[in-house]
Write a protein that binds this ligand. Sequence first.
Ligand SMILES: Cc1cc2nc3c(=O)[nH]c(=O)nc-3n(C[C@H](O)[C@H](O)[C@H](O)COP(=O)(O)OP(=O)(O)OC[C@H]3O[C@@H](n4cnc5c(N)ncnc54)[C@H](O)[C@@H]3O)c2cc1C
Length: 454
Amino acid sequence: MKSQRETAIVIGGSMAGLLAARVLAEHYARVVILERDTLPAAAANRKGAPQGQHAHALLGQGRRIMEQYFPGLTESLVQQGAPLGYGRFFSGGGYFARSPQMPPTLYVSRPCLEAEVRRRVRSIANVEVIDGCDVLGLMADAEGRRVVGVRVLRRHAGASAEVLSAGLVVDAGGRGSRTPAWLEQLGFAAPAVELVEVGMGYASRLYARKPDDLDGDLLINIAPTPDNRRACGMIAQEGDRWIVTLAGYFGDHPPLDDAGFRAFARKLPTPDVFEFISQATPLSDPVSFKFAANQRRRYEHLADFPNGLLVVGDAICSFSPIYGQGMSTAALQVQALDECLAQGQTELPRRFFRKAATAIDIAWSLTVGNDRRLAGAPLPAPKRLLNWYLGKFQVAARRDAEVAMAFLMVGSLFAPPASLLRPRIVWRVLAANLAGPGPTRQGRNQAAHPSLST
Ligand SMILES: Cc1cc2nc3c(=O)[nH]c(=O)nc-3n(C[C@H](O)[C@H](O)[C@H](O)COP(=O)(O)OP(=O)(O)OC[C@H]3O[C@@H](n4cnc5c(N)ncnc54)[C@H](O)[C@@H]3O)c2cc1C
């Protein structure tokens, strides 16, 4: 039910903040997004979202939720040139088979997606966006039990700190969120933090795209394995471009010079990306990004938390980017927020953090499970058995489209990992392995393959 009296403030106008504002607008009389950057009018990179210069996959579950809150979003993006189609997914020595049931995936750059979502949020009558504005801290009531607003500093000459009041403050300030420190300033404990180190380096470069590149397919996704911990996302985008993002774990980072970039691609487990970039026209220099560790703040474990405050998106959990889960998990959390607000205000933080944790759990277990496997961490026997099965699963997915589709549904956050252990799937995995290793390389004019990003 909409609380006519109250304002909700969102810290951060990136994907989680925009999605949160869309939902809050249904439940609050007024919603104000406070964003540090001066936001561009059109699709453009900006300082507060440096990830915009790298490959961004929008998983099927994320697109479904965004479409629910912004009907016609996919169509608008297609009209802006974002291609809709199929991709190829390489893992464990070969490409996955394509399922005829696979729906097409939307391939769009991060700045273009963010700009369209921002345009739609700005058009909501009770949402206001204040950009060029730093949130400095939280304001609490006299008892110190409820957050009642924020202290802000607008980024223009002569500005001084001011207070903005709100019935609810939602921190969508990203991985570097200050809420843990602000909680301690208010006398509350900060949440425990789980870190799973990956020491990952990214390098990304744009190339010109011709319609018949990759026989019309729109993605090559190369997943890292313990044998080769290099990964790649080569994704078609609006503007007839490819973005090629190379990534390496544990200090094995792609160089930024032309020869080094190509040499890194040459050591990927399939030569396809190397062969493509060796003859393609680059449209930009490579740019880098370093990502130290998966990070999860366990707000759901806190016994005491102030009313009037929530946290969402990367500020709760940020994942190794190569799995493409951040925006979709933020969308799941925002959906959880919508459901919690529909049930009223009683114990909102406790209810929300529990529900958000459930939404995060699947993506976290997939990412951290694989990253620990890549790190070669000693595993208990049941996990070793599971990893053995996943190895067999990857082989089977090269031959059997139903097995590949089952993996795709998990990777797109539509199905839980346990669905890979359904008796019918286990049987098909074993049968496909008895038939041999399956094809290892995508051939020309051969049916192409599904991607995790559908
Ligand atoms: C290299 C890389 C690649 C990625 N690839 C993918 C992908 O393929 N698919 C996918 O789904 N996800 C991907 N992600 C993750 C995805 O970008 C994020 O999960 C998504 O943007 C949601 O993050 P967020 O909105 O919570 O935080 P962010 O995107 O980090 O945004 C935080 C915002 O808050 C603002 N802000 C912060 N503090 C303040 C303050 N005090 N006052 C005012 N404003 C503030 C910042 O300026 C920024 O705009 C990737 C991330 C990285 C780093």
